[in-house]
Design a protein around this ligand. Structure first.
Ligand code: PMV
Length: 346
């Protein structure tokens, strides 16, 4: 899984994932232990490619995203994550990190999942951490919860795991689940700008103030077994029904927080209506949406063209992208990968 370049630098690619049973709420903020399990599909579009280059004598980590030098919270999150990797393998040297996102950053298209999954694999390779896929998944979880699922391709379940502290940390990882579901994900982008409230903050706020938070946690837990079965049997209608209901329950809990947080926009609601109409006209298509206004339609690959054409016509939809089921995070040969430079021109 590892490929090392000159001076121990490494490059990795990972794809975002979209959850059918969502992760929303932590029981431990520091270890990122969720209140419930979740199940996702890894996409085959919008990859993040990340290069990590440890530099002897460098006194602080440097982070470039899409050709821009990052400071503040995004840079600190990367640096704190690298500290975990360095701590695990007894290294202290800081690194230069360059990352390029193939999709809109922080707009509800799970760029944090692909970002931290790619960073995990590249940093582990660059620092010489000998880790199993499960350990990489647990490590990615510490960067951004949903990133633990992007370590794997296909359909992936993140186990909440029991307990707190080290026991919880060891038990909470993602792994692929058996799947016979042929599915396409058609994403209607309503807004590709950075979202106003980060999922991290909104999750904490929902858990602290929403009267529906416990009901949400119980709903998510109860949705796991039937969704797992529907995925294993290839039952698109059952999987779609569970995913759409689960997404609406998550947004209901977020809306009920005080003060309310609302991620779905008027355009999102028009897309949800259009998806329901297509279903009434006989197409098996279902909606999901993460912490942002963009809506993803789940349908059979043969229907993806017609669904995409219908969603493109919804007023306010900017772009529509069709994705299949994608692979897990992998190391790439650093000699053949050319990331853009600071000006994004290379
Ligand atoms: O991993 P985070 O902190 O970006 O949270 C992701 C939360 C959702 O995307 C809304 C749901 C999920 O399971 O991916």
């Amino acid at each position: 899984m590892t490929a090392l370049g000159p001076a121990g630098e490494a490059v990795a690619r990972a794809y975002p994932n979209i959850a059918l049973v969502k992760y929303w709420g932590k029981r431990d903020e520091n270890l990122i232990l969720p209140v419930a399990g979740s199940i996702s599909i890894t996409l085959d579009r919008f990859a993040t490619v990340t290069r990590v280059r440890p530099v002897p004598g460098l006194t602080a980590d440097q982070f470039h995203l899409n050709g821009s030098t990052m400071t503040g919270e995004p840079a600190m999150r990367v640096s704190r994550f690298l500290d975990l990797v360095r701590y695990s393998c007894g290294r202290t040297d800081c690194a230069q990190v360059e990352s390029v996102n193939g999709g809109p950053t922080a707009a509800g298209l799970a760029s944090s999942a692909s970002g931290f999954a790619a960073l995990t694999v590249a940093a582990a390779a660059a620092y010489g951490l000998d880790a199993t896929a499960r350990t990489l998944s647990r490590l990615a979880r510490r960067g951004s919860g949903s990133a633990c699922r992007s370590i794997f391709g296909g359909f992936v379940e993140w186990h909440a795991g029991g307990g707190m502290g080290t026991a919880g940390d060891i038990a909470s990882f993602a792994e692929p689940i058996p799947a016979a579901l042929d599915i396409a994900v058609v994403i209607a982008v309503a807004d590709s700008n950075r979202k106003a409230v980060s999922s991290r903050r909104a999750m904490r706020h929902t858990a602290a103030t929403s009267p529906y938070f416990t009901a949400w946690r119980d709903t998510a837990t109860a949705d796991l077994a039937p969704l797992r079965t529907a995925v294993r049997l290839g039952d698109l209608d059952r999987a779609g029904e569970i995913a759409e209901a689960n997404m609406l329950a998550m947004h209901a809990a977020i809306l009920a927080a005080r003060p309310a947080i609302r991620y779905l926009s008027p355009v999102s609601l028009l897309v949800l209506d259009r998806i329901r109409e297509l279903r009434e006209q006989g197409t098996s298509v279902y909606a999901t949406a993460d912490a942002g206004p963009n809506v993803a339609a789940l349908c059979a690959p043969d229907d993806a063209g017609a669904v995409a054409a219908a969603l493109e016509m919804v007023p306010g939809v900017r772009t529509v992208h069709t994705s299949g089921v994608g692979p897990g995070a992998t190391a790439l040969d650093p000699h053949f990968i050319d990331l853009p430079d600071e000006r994004g021109t290379r």
